[in-house]
Design a protein around this ligand. Structure first.
Ligand code: PEP
Length: 247
């Protein structure tokens, strides 16, 4: 089964009401490749305006959700409130949340379980630090992150994996196509060995880390790269060129 390319924008904690509206209108007006699924993740306060502004073909994602239905969890995002607002994706396990906010593999796995079991699809992020890569531990680190996820999750159909080497995020230092492909292929093999042939064949694996309109075409040629999670470049009009990288 061919995997549909997915390109997601992670705005992080950037933008204004005006700039989010402009980004959404720009995407609405662009000729986007119909073979690509596009997802936009603005800051929480702009989720609804993004949903109201974007055409329905473009999905919206929260940058975090909590693993409880509702209640006394100040500052958290409810999966059910997202669904109620037609927001059907969440980014979970981004390295900024893991390193700055202390989210462990287990916390990320629990949130992923809760979201996917309650109808919100997840872009689940993994990736190694520079120190781990230099120590030859890249595949080991990612396998440990995946193993924690597997303990919680049984239905992989609502999960998209984003491989984001931490050293490439926001640094302008993109992984080479060979480096990215090697890790993507090993994630696919891990899925085959530990989940199922179907999960291995059908799960989309995105690359994230300094993707731009200049480097996306080359990366997109690789067999196991099924799209991108884009930070900085998703705030610029050239994000359209990344969505259209296979056109
Ligand atoms: C990200 O935030 O997920 C990301 C990959 O950022 P950037 O594209 O800016 O490196």
């Amino acid at each position: 089964m061919a995997r549909k390319t997915l390109v997601a924008a992670n705005h992080k904690m950037n933008g204004t009401l005006q700039s989010v509206k402009e980004i959404c209108q720009n995407l609405n007006n662009a000729q986007l490749d119909p073979n690509v699924e596009t997802v936009v993740a603005p800051p929480a306060i702009y989720l609804l305006v993004a949903r109201e502004t974007l055409k329905k073909e473009i999905a919206v994602a929260a940058q975090n959700v909590f693993d409880k239905p509702n209640g006394a969890y100040t500052g958290e995002n409810s999966v059910h409130q997202l669904k109620d607002s037609n927001i059907e994706w969440a980014i979970l396990g981004h390295s900024e949340r893991r390193t700055i906010l202390g989210e462990t593999d287990e916390v990320v796995a629990s949130k992923t379980k809760y979201a996917t079991e309650n109808g919100v699809s997840v872009i689940w992020c993994c990736g190694e630090s520079l120190k781990q890569r230099e120590a030859g531990k890249t595949l080991e680190v990612i396998a440990a992150q995946l193993s924690a996820l597997k303990k919680e999750v049984s239905d992989w159909s609502k999960i998209v994996i984003a491989y984001e080497p931490i050293w490439a995020i926001g640094t302008g230092k993109v992984a080479s196509k060979e480096q990215a492909q090697e890790v993507h292929a090993s994630i696919r093999k891990w899925l085959k060995d530990n989940v199922s042939q179907q999960a291995s064949d059908e799960t989309r694996i995105l690359y994230g880390g300094s993707v731009s309109e200049k480097n996306c075409k080359e990366l997109a040629q690789e067999n196991d790269i099924d799209g991108f999670l884009v930070g900085g470049a998703s705030l610029k009009p050239a994000f359209v060129d990344i969505i259209n990288c296979k056109k």
